[in-house]
Design a protein around this ligand. Structure first.
Ligand code: ADP
Length: 579
């Protein structure tokens, strides 16, 4: 915890001092007035006027200085002000101390005692208001020394005794002044620390409140996503059970054909839904690590446009490409996914007119825009369309109109690759989605660099082991790997894999399922084999999204693919690990 600086402490002490001595001239006027009145018959008027004039003059100067300093207390230099106050305390004390020097030769013993008592009281009273030993010492000495001198000159026989008494009294005052100043300084430090604590507490309270709001929001989002997902899963399952009843009631060839077409459609949209959910959860739990690679944005966009050519033609839409050559440094897979989802929506929600896809540079950033002449989105819903499962015009949740995850994915991917997505749209005036990428590279686009080296390489001749406890997966993987020219061995259990290592040595790559129906999961098995037989690359496949095993696989830094896995993705991952 930060301690206040000496300057701050001094500033506070000076503040206390000047706050009080602003009012001293009024108090002095009273005391000095009464003293002058009682001495008026004894002391010559001119001497009395001089003594009282000096006291009032000095106290007025000191009081005025204190009043001005008090007004400007935030701006003044505390150390400089302190030095001035020490000098003023000395001069004011001296003016008071000279009063007996002038008056004692004319007054009675009784008057002397009263005046000396008042001045001793003045000197001692400084302890309470000085807030600084230097001020108090100067103040009390400049009063007491002249008093001692005045008394000593009237009674020289008491000179030594008076001197000793004065020295003891002054020493006592200085000690008390030190103690008082230390006490004050300590209380200032404690108050300062309390202020810092209160501020820290308020800050952490605000943070806790914000975190609570975020938790509440995320709980609401989760509940909404779960409700929509369970609805969207239940409907097709219900339809499937009806088709199965139809098949058992009427297994005629014409029914078979129609039902199989419908089942195919249902399975396809179920697949879309599951893929979307898996992608979202993968992005949410941080299992997707974006890469940073230089590539030509315009060329990537051009390739994706050609995928939508026939779909657009079917709807009599013109697909306009307005692509300035731009190279950016980003994750090409994520960017492709963003572009694909935006063009897919533009084509889906536009019935006539065109879809314009453009790239350009604005304020030093690369901007991709997908604009259409479709039905548009009301401004109030511009934020909501990026939420999971939110659809503008699909209250019946008709799956042929999409599942409502496309823009949520776009949003998450943009957050992941530090791009910024924005929307400009109004009903019946079309929509324009823009994505801004900050990392623009200066070189012009060269097609040759952009080819993914993984796709170009060949897998033929590589030795790959596959371990999975599901026989169907082993069969299909074996067939696929052989089709790619790979020399593949499969194992249905950890023990079978151990045997493969013993018989055939270390492979070029191990593909392991995470859940193996054994206490040891795929990533642990791979780590054990690496420990026993030396290093080799590992690819882990899994259908899980949140288990402890998944976290461990990530910790081991194994490449992790989430099922279902498209064969291009598998091919690219294997090529990457083998290179
Ligand atoms: P989906 O397209 O599967 O419904 P999205 O998350 O991609 O899900 O989009 C959410 C909603 O935003 C869509 O249901 C649609 O109503 C609206 N939307 C998205 N893109 C467009 C567009 N280009 N034009 C009009 N509406 C759109």
């Amino acid at each position: 915890m930060g301690k206040p600086q000496n300057r701050e402490v001094m500033s506070e002490l000076i503040g206390m001092h000047i706050r009080i001595i602003r009012f001293l001239p009024f108090l002095d006027a009273l005391i000095v007035g009464v003293t002058a009145y009682s001495l008026r018959a004894l002391v010559p008027t001119n001497i009395l006027a001089l003594a009282i004039g000096m006291v009032m003059g000095m106290e007025t100067i000191r009081g005025t200085y204190a009043a001005v300093a008090f007004q400007r207390r935030k701006l003044i230099d505390p150390f400089r002000t302190h030095r001035v106050l020490v000098v003023l305390a000395g001069l004011s004390g001296l003016a008071l101390g000279l009063l007996p020097v002038f008056a004692f030769p004319y007054i009675t013993e009784a008057h002397m005692v009263v005046i000396a008592a008042v001045l001793f009281g003045y000197a001692a009273g400084g302890v309470g208001v000085a807030a600084s030993p230097a001020i108090e010492t100067t103040w009390s000495l400049s009063i007491l020394l002249p008093v001692g001198y005045a008394y000593g000159s009237v009674h020289p026989e008491l000179g030594t005794a008076v001197l000793i008494l004065l020295a003891l009294f002054s020493g006592f005052l200085v000690v008390v002044a030190w103690a008082a100043k230390n006490l004050l300084a300590q209380s200032i430090v404690i108050r300062h620390q309390r202020d810092v604590l209160v501020k820290d507490l308020e800050k952490s309270n605000a943070e806790v409140r914000e975190a609570l709001v975020r938790v509440e929001e995320s709980a609401q989002t989760r509940a909404r996503v779960l409700a929509a997902a369970s609805h969207d899963l239940r409907q097709p399952l219900h339809a499937l059970s009806i088709y199965s009843a139809v098949l058992s009631a009427k297994p005629a060839p014409d029914t078979l054909q129609e039902v199989s077409r419908s089942i195919d459609q249902i399975v396809r949209s179920l697949g879309d839904l599951l893929n979307g959910l898996l992608d979202l959860s993968r992005l949410s739990v941080g299992y997707y690590t974006p890469e940073k690679r230089a590539f030509a944005l315009d060329k990537t966009v051009l390739d994706i446009c050609s995928e939508f050519e026939s779909l657009a033609a079917e709807k009599h839409l013109t697909l306009i490409r307005d692509l300035a050559p731009i190279r950016i440094s980003s994750d090409p897979t994520a960017v492709s996914r963003i572009v694909r989802n935006l063009i897919d929506n533009a084509v889906k929600y536009t019935d006539h007119g065109h879809v314009r896809v453009s790239t350009g540079i604005e304020n030093g950033e690369a901007v991709l825009t997908v604009a259409d002449t479709g039905k548009g989105i009301p401004e109030a819903l511009h934020g909501r369309v990026f939420e999971e499962f939110y659809q503008v015009d699909n209250p019946g949740r008709d799956r042929s109109k999409g599942v409502g995850l496309g823009l949520a994915l776009v949003q998450r991917l943009c957050e992941l690759i530090a791009a910024e997505v924005s929307l400009d749209s109004a009903p019946e005036r079309g929509s324009s989605f823009s994505v801004r990428f900050a990392d623009v590279l200066p070189e012009p686009a060269h097609a040759a660099v952009d080819q993914d080296p993984a796709q170009a390489s060949s897998l033929a001749g590589n030795r790959i082991y596959v371990v999975d406890d599901e026989i169907d997966i082993l069969r299909s993987m074996s067939a696929l790997l052989h089709a790619w020219g790979v020399i593949a061995w499969v194992a249905g259990s950890p023990a079978a894999l151990e045997q493969l290592f013993i018989d055939n040595g270390v492979p070029d790559l191990l593909i392991a399922d995470l859940r193996l129906g054994a206490p040891e999961h795929g990533a642990q098995l791979a780590r054990r084999m690496q420990g026993l037989h030396g290093p080799f690359p590992v690819l882990v496949m899994t259908g899980e999204t949140s288990s402890e095993a998944l976290r461990q696989a990530n910790e081991q830094n194994y490449l992790l693919l989430q099922k279902p896995i498209a064969h291009e993705t598998l091919y690219a991952a294997i090529s990457k690990l083998l290179s």
